[in-house]
Design a protein around this ligand. Sequence first.
Ligand SMILES: Cc1cc2nc3c(=O)[nH]c(=O)nc-3n(C[C@H](O)[C@H](O)[C@H](O)COP(=O)(O)OP(=O)(O)OC[C@H]3O[C@@H](n4cnc5c(N)ncnc54)[C@H](O)[C@@H]3O)c2cc1C
Length: 451
Amino acid sequence: MRRFDAIFIGAGQAGPFLAARMAERGMKVAMIERKFLGGTCVNAGCMPTKTLVASARAAYVSRRGAELGVKIAGEVAVDMEVVRRRAHQVTMDARNGLADWLGTLEGVAVVYGHARFEAADRVVVNGETLAASRIFLNVGARPVIPDLPGINDIDYLTSTSILDLDTLPRHLAVIGGSYIGLEFAQMYRRFGSKVTVIERGARVASREDGDISEAIQEILEAEGIDVRTGAERIAFARGEEGTRISLGDADVDASHVLVATGRKPNTDDLGLDGAGVAVDPRGYILVDDTLATNVPGIWALGDCNGRGAFTHTSYNDFEIVAANLLDGDDRKVSSRIPAYALYIDPPLGRAGMTEREATSSARRILVSRRAMARVGRAKERDETRGFMKVIADADTREILGAAILGIEGDEAIHGVIDAMNAGTRYTDLQWSVPIHPTVSELIPTLLRGLA
Ligand SMILES: Cc1cc2nc3c(=O)[nH]c(=O)nc-3n(C[C@H](O)[C@H](O)[C@H](O)COP(=O)(O)OP(=O)(O)OC[C@H]3O[C@@H](n4cnc5c(N)ncnc54)[C@H](O)[C@@H]3O)c2cc1C
């Protein structure tokens, strides 16, 4: 049995950074990873998908070139092999960079293999027992495959396996109209596939407010994506074209099917029972406000704790645990203001509460909206789709939440995120003087609309 000061299971977006901080303090740590260093973000999530989104946008902008006075001789064609290779290279650079960095850290032993708890202070990997008084779980999540009729009779893709595709699907059906599904839907449409999004619920991106979902659907439909919402009875069968998807009242014949119906935590094969670590009914590890589990000496960080599903939330989990354990600080997850982006183009940048959440919080709220068509930068680029809105507390003047669905919405939202983190009242920002012509320049005007 090998003894360490700390064991990390999963090299996602939290573990490696905390392992490095502990090693800097002279501790001996084991970093166990069963597949690739960097986890989902680097290998099957943010990095490859945003690289693909960049290629898809290049195709979109090229096709629109003539509208901006740029002539391209012949048709714009997409070379899927180059597109795939570029995304793969970005992943490999990040993965290798992480491996090189971890390899230089004294005190960090990287162990490749699947880890399982034997007891609260022991795990088994590759038949060897490793022990430590502190164990950090950063095991992430994986795609959920819903139990739909016929699904096991067809060849379907997930958000991971689609990254290996180097040919263009003739017709891609995307099952699930949420964040991951919508990003792939638009990207493949721009690459040149026919795309149908099939969503069981009444609207796409259903966690967002209705006006946002509606605008997203309009953006996708304007690019020729067929969006079928309210598809409550989805069934699959092999068809002449690949797969026949029955929606009850209609059929869709697709050459490829991407299943993007959510993710579940990698906690079912971790032997959590052996350690006594409690999970919720969906398998997320229960943690307190400092990310400690119910078992002293075991923490859970990143997607597996159900407190965030993003790279930045996982990284912030590292920052919270490091601050508390190593720097004598007192940081809590509940202080974190939720923020994220949906990377369709134009993107949606989001901060804090939705309008629906704010309305049901029993506060007196104010809402202000402005169309992207009023933004100089958007007009100049001729990309005026979308809108921005902000929600505030009428009594305290706190900014409760905001959404920017429009070009550079993922960047411009940071003005609001920073203001919310600083506790700035909207009345203090209404008269700030922004730079022209930017997307952010409409934010003071938007805030003045709160009255
Ligand atoms: C298609 C897609 C696009 C995304 N886009 C974005 C985006 O644009 N922005 C954003 O912020 N987030 C995005 N995400 C989410 C983001 O990738 C994750 O939130 C992020 O990677 C944080 O994950 P994590 O740190 O919890 O663990 P992960 O990165 O999932 O890593 C967990 C690691 O644990 C390993 N592991 C699991 N079990 C064991 C075990 N028993 N033993 C050993 N090793 C184990 C796994 O192999 C994996 O490497 C996207 C996700 C997907 C799927």
